[in-house]
Write a protein that binds this ligand. Structure first.
Ligand code: SF4
Length: 150
């Protein structure tokens, strides 16, 4: 199983208060007007990587307590994303998506711990996290999802 991945790196900003491994998926079909990552719209902006390679690179970041999927649009490569989430057991799994929570399949969200939903919009920008007011944050508590949006 393969996916187009732009880069895998350490992140100190995408999960507040946590060290994360950031997996940037290449390719996005949503094409939001104010996208900050337009260079990742084309899947071929990344390279095709196997599931095992991505998993190994995540595990190489031993200090990270979270893994965050962003891009690009990770859910455009849904079978790979689901399988990768299932494999990761020792880190919190966090997804940034331009899609809304209600659009995501249960078979994906059961393998996630936090989801930040909705596209970045410059007209709703705030100097906070997440960066625009329309974005909603959901956190799993036990088997339930709680919205943290104020
Ligand atoms: S979903 Fe994200 S990556 Fe895709 S166009 Fe919208 S803001 Fe950009």
């Amino acid at each position: 199983m393969n996916a187009y991945i732009a880069r895998i790196c350490t992140s100190f900003i995408d999960v507040p208060g946590k060290i994360a491994v950031a997996v940037y998926f290449a390719g996005c079909s949503l094409r939001c007007k104010d996208c900050q990552n337009k260079e990742l719209w084309d899947p071929h902006s990344g390279i095709l990587m196997t599931l095992d390679t991505v998993d190994q690179q995540i595990n190489a970041h031993q200090l990270a307590d979270s893994v965050v999927f962003l891009g690009g649009e990770p859910t455009d490569q849904m079978p790979f994303l689901k399988t990768l989430c299932q494999k990761i057991r020792d880190k919190e799994r966090v997804l940034y998506t331009g899609r809304e929570f209600e659009e995501l399949p249960p078979s994906l969200i059961e393998h996630l711990d936090m989801i930040i939903c909705g596209p970045y919009r410059s007209d709703l920008h705030i100097d906070s996290w997440p960066a625009s007011k329309n974005q909603r944050v959901f956190v799993k508590k036990g088997s339930l999802w709680k919205s943290q949006t104020t």
